[in-house]
Design a protein around this ligand. Structure first.
Ligand code: NAP
Length: 283
């Protein structure tokens, strides 16, 4: 039976580190602050924005939510972003997705100052992750890495198979894993015979968005399995891995909920602190 990659336990340690760093900044006279822009009233986005607010309040980070109506013009959203780009009291900016029709996501993402782009979506940050330079990177691929590294998993020399090449999780993760000297295979919806690839993985990371896609017979005995998927099912959520059966063969496995998703908000807040460093603030 597999042991758990316990996201909640890792998140607790991470939050303490963040709290400590915030205290250090406050002692130097700087109050770290995250600004979130919410355009429209998409129910999931409202929940995500408020959960970030709660996390900030719980950890000593300042937070401000800017709610804009669904019929806002793109130029109005861009003006709001520019105001926050220039506001020296704001260190991280996040725009909740999806955006209403008529507002171009790419245009909005490219408008945020790269060193305040705590979602890691600015083209410059996407380039930095690819070239191995330092920048602000998306939270979920970082969550996968933190879960592995903080649970003592050796990545170097391993065969890591990633299922999913999405812009938010799978694709950026390739470069974070490569930096740790693993051999990486990436699979997607056009991969024929998915199981032939996943069953070769020493470390299998799944970020697809299909409930219980990965079955026991697709996983090598003793593999380490990280499940980034979030799928709504009656009565709750489940991952992309059929947890109940895969745990019978894996050595380590992350649950959903309680795995990758438990770390993501903390990692957005850590990005705010990294942004302060990148902004060259010296207080
Ligand atoms: P995405 O952009 O839609 O990408 C999904 C990927 O899965 C695509 O590359 C797609 O292939 C691939 N795929 C779809 N069906 C497949 C199949 N049957 N076999 C193999 N590959 C398949 O999604 P995402 O934004 O990366 O998110 C992926 C998952 O992570 C979702 O469940 C999402 O909810 C979750 N997520 C979790 C967190 C968190 O905090 N834990 C945060 C963000 C996202 P193609 O490229 O060929 O279409």
């Amino acid at each position: 039976m597999a042991q758990l990659l316990d996201g909640k336990a890792v998140a607790k340690v991470l939050k303490e580190e963040i709290r400590e760093e915030i205290t250090q900044w406050k002692n130097k006279g700087l109050q770290p602050k995250l600004a979130v822009i919410l355009v429209g009233d998409d129910p999931a986005s409202v929940v995500y924005a408020h959960s970030k607010q709660k996390a900030c309040e719980g950890i000593g980070m300042a937070f401000e939510l800017f709610v804009m109506s669904a019929d806002s013009l793109e130029t109005e959203v861009l003006e709001r972003i520019e105001g926050l780009n220039q506001d020296t009291e704001v260190h991280g900016i996040m725009i909740e997705l999806p955006l209403p029709k008529g507002i171009r996501k790419e245009k909005i993402m490219a408008a945020v100052r790269p060193d305040k782009d705590v979602d890691g979506v600015h083209p410059l940050n996407r380039g930095y992750i690819l070239s191995g330079q330092d920048g602000l990177f998306p939270a979920t691929p970082q969550s996968c890495m933190e879960l592995l590294l903080r649970c003592g998993v050796e990545i170097a020399g391993k065969h890591v198979v990633i299922v999913g090449r999405g812009e938010t999780v799978g694709k950026p993760l390739v470069f974070l894993i490569l930096k740790h000297n693993a051999t990486v295979t990436i699979c997607h919806s056009q991969t024929p015979d998915l199981g032939a690839f996943t069953s070769q993985a020493d470390i299998l990371i799944v970020a697809v968005g299909r409930a219980k896609l990965i079955k026991k017979d697709m996983v090598k005995a003793g593999a380490i399995v990280v499940d980034a998927g979030i799928n709504e099912i009656p009565g709750g959520i489940c991952g992309d891995v059929d947890f109940d059966t895969v745990q019978e063969v894996a050595a380590l496995i992350s649950p959903v909920p309680g795995g990758v998703g438990s770390l993501t908000t903390a990692l957005v807040l850590r990005n705010v602190l990294k942004g302060i460093a990148l902004q060259g603030r010296t207080y």
